[in-house]
Design a protein around this ligand. Sequence first.
Ligand SMILES: Nc1nc2c(ncn2[C@@H]2O[C@H](COP(=O)(O)OP(=O)(O)OP(=O)(O)O)[C@@H](O)[C@H]2O)c(=O)[nH]1
Length: 187
Amino acid sequence: MPPKQRRIAILGFRSVGKSSLTIQFVEGHFVDSYEPTIENTFTKNTKLRGQEYQLTLVDTAGQDEYSIFPTQYSMDIHGYVLVYSIVDPRSLEVIQVIYDKLLDMTGKVNVPIVLVGNKRDLQGERKISQEQGKKLADSWKAVFLEASAKNNDSVIDIFSTILTQIEKADNSNNGQAGDGKGGCVVT
Ligand SMILES: Nc1nc2c(ncn2[C@@H]2O[C@H](COP(=O)(O)OP(=O)(O)OP(=O)(O)O)[C@@H](O)[C@H]2O)c(=O)[nH]1
């Protein structure tokens, strides 16, 4: 089977660790310095449940509540990783605004999304509980994870989870009973 090409965008407020998570996943190291991103694209080949994927990861510029959602991220993207930082309450507010804009722009109800609370290593400075993150993701019917780019904690899980979500959405769009609960079978 040829590799499936999948494009994933990483979105969120400034300095939440979008680049750090992406670089940790693609290159296997942590970048301690901070350089604001304009846009960076990475590719990585990976295998999940026997299927080869060629991933394109679009590491986007940090947005705030007033940013205009870049239209290019509403097209040609299969799934979204929405990131906030567990030490920055504003980043959680901003991610809700980004989510609303994303849904408006894509015009789809079923967008594959993983919500990530990053910087989990900074437990002493935590301002957002795991329950808050989970509650938000549940309200979107998205998957929730906490991670640390610094400690390489759950970083692979982010990308395998978004790929799984993309596959589920593909299966339901194709009318297949992807999870055994939906779809219709024509015999
Ligand atoms: N302690 C800790 N620091 C982190 C973690 N992830 C990122 N950082 C730090 O947070 C700062 C911002 O990280 P970036 O990855 O550049 O954040 P970004 O979201 O890409 O930032 P923008 O490009 O402005 O949108 C850097 O100093 C990183 O070293 C983490 O998991 N734990």
